[in-house]
Design a protein around this ligand. Structure first.
Ligand code: C2E
Ligand code: MG
Ligand code: MG
Length: 560
């Protein structure tokens, strides 16, 4: 079978059910028999009447008789007509029946199979696997329920088009079929999700490990496509159902799905066996997902602000906005928990945009010398309209772009460098500055740093926190400082928690800094109250005559 083309159905054990569905043909088949019977009776009568009529005709032609009896001749002609009619009717009916059978086969195929790949579909795998469970229990066999999901399939669809996505799905189905035993069931049960059901010897689960390792390796091989090669990987979850277990197909597939989710979480392109502890984690994840969906329109995502300080003078120079989720059910949730989920379910951009809008509104009440830093996800960097959207928000909030700093993490640099570069440049053209966050954790190279025109580097808090105890951290900080100095980039040290760390950092170089020593992130109200005490809160928000001009009007600083 050629890869990538809609294939012959991989029905596996479903073949055994092909005997179903013949009853509708009985009626037409009996009509066939009646038509055939009429023709057959006519032939017998033809033989009976024909013999005497033909003999009389022959005798009359040779001048020995008076010719055939008229009645018999008519009967003979009627017989001939019946034979022709019966035969034609028989031919017509058999044609009709064949066509109907074909249409019914097609309808059954469509009901049981996925039309793109020819695999079983979600409905039919349930029936077929139930059958397999019954057979395997009798034979004392275990069954491996395997759920497989292509990694980052959406990206392939988005960047290469749906035809490429379809091709990859068909190739995946073919490779599954080629690598699984012939009695296995294979189904496509969702967009890029496949389920396989494989009986095995309960004493040799290693067979299944080998099988899945083979599947993962086969699917990782590139697939030819019109504009080059497509590459993907697959994550899998396996559930072992032993003979005598109470789990039915649905429960077994659900357990395999839970294990598959773990495989994704552990870094994709791998497989995991189901473990009951995974279940509660998945429940929590589902709760997070539905909570995030509900929380966004309900305004549960709020900005908190953490002070940024000039370490030399001790003055507040700005704030970093850090997202918080005030979940009705779960209480206050930190971004490290909800941001990866929001990214997965495609809601990071609307959440971030709503937070940035609120933050711009809050920051308009601060002294305009204070900057506002916001973190953005690598997914937002991929949006070609991001810079335009940000400009629109700045104009709507009447906020000077020069006060805004965008923080991107090092992980963004693994993406398309050209795209990241053009986005950074267009943000900078609008007057916004761009900082590289969590520097030191993501292995960005010197050449990447030179290529991307960042305005600032933020040293990751893990190095700062351990600067006193770990000579290695101190050395890393020193080399980041010399790198920053070499590139002419100012630096911010994150995570300053103690006076000792601050003193050490001051010895090392000239930084901006932030950390619990100066204050934990606070909500807008507490932040405003603190600023009021420092004489840094405006009575009236500064009016910016055209934010795009980036010219802030004279501030009216409120005296404490
Ligand atoms: P980040 O940008 O590196 O933010 C700094 C994190 O360090 C914050 O955690 C902050 O509360 C914490 N932190 C600050 N000072 C100290 C300290 O002295 N000691 C310790 N141990 N921690 C300190 P938070 O608020 O939990 O944020 C975690 C991460 O979530 C942020 O790391 C950022 O990458 C991400 N994040 C926060 N808000 C957003 C957002 O709106 N969008 C996106 N895409 N990511 C966000
Ligand atoms: Mg940050
Ligand atoms: Mg950071």
């Amino acid at each position: 079978m050629s890869e990538g083309a809609p294939s012959t159905p991989h029905f596996g054990a479903a073949h055994g059910r092909a005997g179903r569905g013949l009853n509708p043909h009985l009626n037409s088949a009996s009509k066939d028999i009646v038509a055939l019977g009429v023709a057959f009776a006519a032939i017998i009568m033809f033989v009976g009447t024909g013999s005497s009529v033909l003999v009389s005709i022959a005798k009359s032609l040779s001048g020995q008789g008076v010719g055939p009896d008229k009645l018999l001749t008519n009967a003979l002609l009627l017989n001939i007509a019946l034979i022709i009619f019966g035969w034609r009717r028989y031919r017509e009916l058999t044609g009709e029946v064949a066509e109907r059978r074909k249409a019914e086969e097609q309808a059954r195929f469509l009901a049981e199979a996925d039309p793109l790949t020819g695999c079983l579909n979600r409905r039919s795998i349930n029936q077929a696997a139930d059958c397999m469970i019954a057979q395997a229990s009798e034979r004392g066999e275990a069954i491996a329920f395997i759920m497989l999901d292509l990694d980052k399939f959406k990206q392939i669809n988005d960047s290469h088009g749906h035809a490429a996505g379809d091709r990859l799905l068909c190739a995946t189905a073919s490779r599954l079929a080629a690598n699984l035993p012939s009695n296995a069931l294979i189904a496509r049960i969702g967009g890029d999700e496949f389920a396989c059901v494989v009986p095995f010897d309960p004493a040799r689960p290693g067979q299944i490990d080998q099988l899945i390792e083979g599947l993962i390796a086969a699917i990782a091989k590139p697939v030819d496509h019109v504009d080059g090669e497509l590459e993907t990987t697959i994550s899998a979850g396996v559930f072992r159902r032993d003979p005598g277990s109470a789990d039915d197909t649905q429960a077994a597939l659900h357990h395999a799905d839970v294990a598959m989710y773990q495989a994704k979480k552990r870094g994709r392109n791998r497989y995991c066996w189901f473990d009951p502890a995974m279940e509660s984690e998945l429940k929590f994840r589902a709760e997070l997902e539905s909570g995030i969906r509900r929380g966004l329109p309900a305004g549960e995502f709020v900005p908190f602000y953490q002070k940024q300080i000039d370490l030399e003078t001790g003055e507040v120079v700005g704030f970093e906005m850090l997202a918080r989720w005030h979940s009705e059910k779960l209480g206050m949730v930190n971004p490290e928990i909800f941001i990866p989920v929001a990214e997965d379910i495609g809601l990071i951009a609307p959440i971030s945009e709503s937070l940035i809008r609120q933050a711009l509104k809050d920051a308009r009440k601060w002294n305009p010398k204070l900057t506002l830093s916001v973190n953005i996800s690598p997914l937002q960097l991929r949006d070609p309209w991001f810079a335009q959207k940000l400009l629109k928000m700045l104009v709507e909030a009447n906020f000077a772009p020069s006060r805004l700093d965008i923080e991107v993490t090092e992980s963004c640099l693994h993406e398309n460098l050209g795209m990241v570069r053009s986005l950074i440049t267009s943000l900078q053209n609008q007057g916004v500055t761009v900082s590289l966050d969590d520097f030191g954790t993501g292995y960005s190279s010197l050449s990447q740093l030179r290529l991307l025109p960042f305005d600032r580097i933020k040293i990751d808090r893990s190095f700062v926190a351990s600067v006193l105890d770990s000579p290695e951290s101190a050395r890393i900080i020193e080399s980041i400082i010399s790198l920053g100095d070499g590139l002419g980039l100012p630096m911010t040290a994150e995570g300053i928690e103690s006076q000792e760390v601050l003193d050490r950092l001051r010895e090392l170089g000239n930084f901006k800094g932030q950390g619990f020593l100066y204050g934990k992130p606070q909500d807008a109200e507490v932040t405003a109250a603190e600023l009021a005490q420092l004489d840094l809160l405006l009575e009236q928000p500064a009016v910016v005559p055209g934010a795009a001009d980036a010219i802030a009007a004279e501030p009216q600083v409120r005296r404490a």
